[in-house]
Write a protein that binds this ligand. Structure first.
Ligand code: NAD
Ligand code: WQD
Length: 337
């Protein structure tokens, strides 16, 4: 079975490509490398001991996508390609709406033309915005609070309309919580450009000596220690969730959304402590002001994924920290040698 992976050179895409190859799927990857490196693809092949086809192309380019579908017998698509920085989306909303939404529209048009009607879409917990209650179920109100989150919700709605128009589609919307960690080989991992916005890559850069200390955003949240609580999930657990979703979507039609998280909320200080324990590295930090747009607590109700996909995250916070550090230590400059 041949799976088209859009954004397969990226952080979550690369880990999923590896799991797909290890499970015996053929893959075809399309990525414009706008936020990733070709080196990642070489490492996926090396780890899986398998080759695969790669298109260095943009989803916005209809000609490239047509080439992908006309030259390959694609059975299903896992659609990761998109821009993902909340801050950037506030500064450049048109760029975000264009890339994420138009990219998805052109992909879906080609899927329809070539009669490929199975899709897994990378949605995000950001579709829930500021949830009133935790844990967050899939039925919680969908009120994203930034352009990035709105691109995700709009795409979910577009895909729902697509299904309404043609019931032969099978679409799974996966709402990820906070993916962190890396493959245990230490060969693939998260490689942010510039100063990391997200907590784990920032901690990694403090641990390797690139940054002095972590600025902990907010100390007076309504949480057990006053710092923000999130549902961190190991990227390999997350990648495996895509395989379960794929198995389901291949044999069914319909559209459904699933939270992919662990269901456990950890604070910023919990994560720092766990990192120190797992790696024996000291992580200096200072408690500072809240970051605008942040919420106090966000973690998933994971029952639906367990019941319907038969999937559950198994790796612990310490596993996530150990694997994140192994990746950072072995690749101090990410994929740049
Ligand atoms: P990433 O930036 O590492 O990967 C996305 C990939 O898509 C990159 O390799 C990029 O070059 C590619 N891409 C972007 N626009 C493209 C286009 N128009 N044509 C072709 N390729 C394009 O991000 P990630 O962390 O791996 O996230 C994957 C998906 O999951 C994204 O859609 C993201 O919004 C979503 N998501 C991520 C997180 C997270 O915290 N990492 C959480 C929830 C949802
Ligand atoms: C985690 C916690 C911060 C950095 C974002 C997106 C979300 C999803 C995942 C894509 C918070 C605190 C952070 C730092 C800190 N991405 N923090 N110091 O904001 O939960 O989610 O990534 O879909 O849409 O919004 O993740 O890692 O930025 O923050 O104290 O230097 O760490 O305040 O409590 P977030 P994060």
């Amino acid at each position: 079975m041949s799976i088209l992976v859009t954004g397969g050179a990226g952080y979550i895409g690369s880990h999923t490509c590896l799991e797909l190859l290890n499970a015996g799927y053929e893959i075809v990857v399309i990525d414009n490398l706008s936020n990733s490196k070709f080196e990642t693809l070489k490492r996926i092949s090396e780890l899986a001991k398998k080759d695969f086809k790669f298109y260095n192309g943009d989803l916005l380019n209809q000609k490239t996508i047509e080439e992908v579908f006309s030259k390959n017998n694609i059975d299903a698509v896992i659609h990761f390609a998109g821009l993902k920085s909340v801050n950037e989306s506030i500064e450049a909303p048109l760029h975000y709406y264009h890339n994420n939404i138009s990219g998805t529209l052109s992909l879906c048009q080609m899927m329809k033309k070539y009669n490929v009607k199975k899709m897994i879409f990378s949605s995000s917990a950001s579709v829930y915005g500021m949830p009133k209650n935790v844990p967050i179920t899939e039925n919680s109100p969908l009120v994203p609070i930034n352009p990035y989150g709105r691109t995700k919700l709009m795409i979910e709605e577009i895909l729902r309309d697509l299904y309404i128009s043609d019931h032969s589609w099978g679409i799974t919307l996966l709402r990820y919580f906070n993916p962190i960690g890396a493959h245990e080989s230490g060969r693939i991992g998260e490689d942010p450009n510039d100063i990391p916005n997200n907590l784990m890559p920032y901690i990694n850069q403090v641990a390797i000596g690139k940054r002095e200390k972590v600025n902990v955003f907010g100390k007076d949240y309504d949480t057990h220690d006053g710092t923000g609580v999130r549902d961190y999930i190991h990227v390999v657990d997350l990648a495996k969730g895509h395989l379960r979703a794929l198995e389901m979507v291949i044999r069914t039609t319909g559209i459904d959304a699933f939270n992919l998280g662990t269901g456990i909320g950890y604070s910023v200080l919990d994560l720092i402590k766990s990192y120190e324990k797992a790696t024996s590295k000291k992580i200096p930090y200072t408690l500072t002001h809240r970051r605008p747009g942040d919420i106090d607590k966000c973690y998933a109700d994971t029952r639906k994924a367990k019941e319907k996909l038969g999937w559950k995250a198994i790796k612990s916070l310490e596993d996530m920290c150990r694997d994140a550090w192994r990746w950072q230590k072995n690749n101090p400059n990410g994929y740049n040698k």
